[in-house]
Design a protein around this ligand. Structure first.
Ligand code: PLP
Length: 397
C-alpha cells in the first residue's frame, strides 16, 4: 500500500517547522541555539510552587473545558486592566493549550472554505499552516523596513497595498503585535487604519499578543480590541508561555465577543478538551505577580537586546535593535552566501551558532533570502560565548 496516497491534501501542503529543524541541526553539531524562541529562564518560584500545590490539593482531573473559573477571572482582570478590553470571565474567555491552539481554534470557529485572511509578512510561521488547516485563503501584505528612528528598526505596510488586500471575501486579518520576527509594535495610527478597514469590510481582527509584556524604550502595547469600534469584531489571542518563561506548560487564552467565544469553545473542546488543570491554577499566581516582575523582565531582555545587537554588528551583520519581543532580524548580504539557508547551515557547522533563515517567515521566500533571525532569550554567558563564536565569521569566509 502506498502510504503517501493515503495522506490528506492539507498535510502535504506545509512542511515541518523550519525553526524546529534548526534546533535539531544545532543539537547535532553542538551549536548554540539562537533559533527557537524558547526562553532560557525559569518561571518564578512562587508560580512553580503553586503548580506543585495544585497537584497535591487534587486538581488532577479535567477542568471546565473552556478554563478553570478562577483562572478565567484572573485573565478577565488582566484583559480589562492591562489590555483595556472589558472582559467577562463567563462569556468571553476560552483557555487553550497555548496560544498556538488558541489561534487555530479561533480560525476554525470563523473560517468557511475560501474565506480570505490577510496576513502581514514576514509572519510567525504557524499562520501559514493555520490558514491551510482552517481552509482560509491567505492574502499577504508586506511589512517594509522604513527609515530607522532613534536607531531603532521600524517597519510598516503600504496603506494602498493594505486597502487593496481587503475585499468582500475577507473574513479576518491576523495582527501580531509585538511582532515575531521583526519586533514591530503596531502604532495607534496603524491600528486605527486597520480597524477602519475591518469596519468597512465587516471583518474580524484576530490578534496574537503573546509578546505584549516585552516592549522596550518606554513604548506601550495597544490591543486593537480596545478600540471602541473593534470591541465586537476582535479575537485576542495571548498566553503565559513567554511572559512567565513557561512554554512547556501550554497555557494560552482567547478573548472574544460571546457568540464567537461559543464557537471557539466548541472547536477547543473537541481538539483538546482542556488545558492542564493544575497548571491553570498556578497560572493565577503568575497573573497576580506584582508590577515589578514585568519591569524586571523588560530590563533583563533589554540588556540582552543591546548586547546581541552590538555583537552582531561587530561580527558583520546589518541590524538595528528591535522595538519589542526577543528576536533580531539581520541582513546577511555582506557575507556573500547564495541564500539564507546555505548561510544557516554554514553558521551551525563552521561557527557553532544557530539562527533562522529569513525566508521561512515569508510566503514569497525570495523576500527573506538575505535575512536571518536570532533570538536573545539566553543566559549572559551563553550570549557572550555566541558572540565570541560569531566574531570568527569574517576570518572564515
Ligand atoms: N505566537 C507567536 C508570535 C510566537 O512567536 C509564538 C512562539 O514562538 C507563539 C505564538 C506560541 O505561543 P504558545 O506557546 O502560547 O503556543
Amino acid at each position: 500500500m502506498s502510504h503517501q496516497s493515503k495522506l490528506s491534501d492539507k498535510s502535504t501542503r506545509f512542511t515541518e517547522s523550519v525553526i524546529r529543524g534548526m534546533t535539531q541541526l544545532c543539537l547535532r553539531y553542538n551549536a548554540i541555539n539562537l533559533s527557537q524562541g524558547t526562553p532560557a529562564y525559569q518561571p518564578p518560584d512562587v508560580v512553580k510552587a503553586a503548580a506543585i500545590e495544585a497537584i497535591q490539593e487534587g486538581y488532577n482531573q479535567y477542568s471546565i473545558t473552556w478554563g478553570a473559573p478562577d483562572f478565567r477571572e484572573a485573565i478577565a482582570h488582566k484583559m480589562t486592566t492591562f489590555n483595556h478590553i472589558p472582559t467577562d470571565a463567563a462569556a468571553n474567555i476560552t483557555v487553550t493549550c497555548g496560544s498556538t491552539e488558541g489561534m487555530l481554534s479561533a480560525l476554525l470557529a470563523i473560517i468557511n472554505p475560501g474565506d480570505e485572511v490577510i496576513i502581514f509578512e514576514p509572519f510567525y510561521e504557524n499562520y501559514g499552516p493555520d490558514t491551510i488547516i482552517s481552509g482560509a485563503k491567505p492574502v499577504y501584505v508586506a511589512l517594509n523596513e522604513t527609515q530607522s528612528v532613534d536607531g531603532v528598526m521600524r517597519f510598516t505596510y503600504d496603506t494602498t497595498e493594505l486597502r487593496n488586500a481587503f475585499s468582500t471575501n475577507t473574513k479576518a486579518i491576523i495582527i501580531n503585535t509585538p511582532n515575531n520576527p521583526l519586533g514591530k509594535v503596531f502604532t495607534q495610527e496603524e491600528l486605527e487604519q486597520i480597524a477602519d478597514l475591518c469596519c468597512e469590510y465587516d471583518c474580524i481582527a484576530v490578534t496574537d499578543e503573546i509578546y505584549e509584556h516585552m516592549i522596550y524604550d518606554d513604548k506601550s502595547h495597544i490591543s486593537i480590541g480596545s478600540l471602541p469600534q473593534m470591541q465586537d469584531r476582535t479575537i485576542t489571542v495571548s498566553g503565559l508561555s513567554k511572559t512567565y518563561s513557561m512554554t512547556g506548560w501550554r497555557l494560552g487564552y482567547v478573548v472574544a465577543p460571546e457568540v464567537l467565544t461559543n464557537a471557539i469553545r466548541k472547536m477547543h473542546d473537541f481538539l483538546t478538551v482542556g488545558a492542564p488543570h493544575p497548571l491553570q491554577r498556578a497560572g493565577i499566581a503568575a497573573l497576580n505577580l506584582p508590577p515589578s516582575y514585568y519591569q524586571e523582565l523588560v530590563e533583563k531582555y533589554d540588556k540582552n537586546r543591546k548586547r546581541l545587537v552590538n555583537t552582531l554588528r561587530a561580527a558583520g551583520f546589518r541590524c538595528h535593535p528591535p522595538e519589542a519581543a526577543y528576536y533580531i532580524m539581520t541582513d546577511i548580504s555582506d557575507f556573500g552566501f547564495p541564500d539564507d539557508t546555505a548561510f544557516a547551515h554554514w553558521l551551525v557547522k563552521e561557527i557553532g551558532v544557530g539562527g533562522v533563515p529569513g525566508s521561512s517567515f515569508y510566503s514569497r521566500p525570495h523576500l527573506g533570502k538575505t535575512k536571518f533571525r536570532f533570538m536573545f532569550s539566553m543566559a549572559d554567558d551563553v550570549l557572550i560565548e555566541a558572540g565570541e563564536r560569531l566574531m570568527k565569521i569574517k576570518s572564515k569566509i
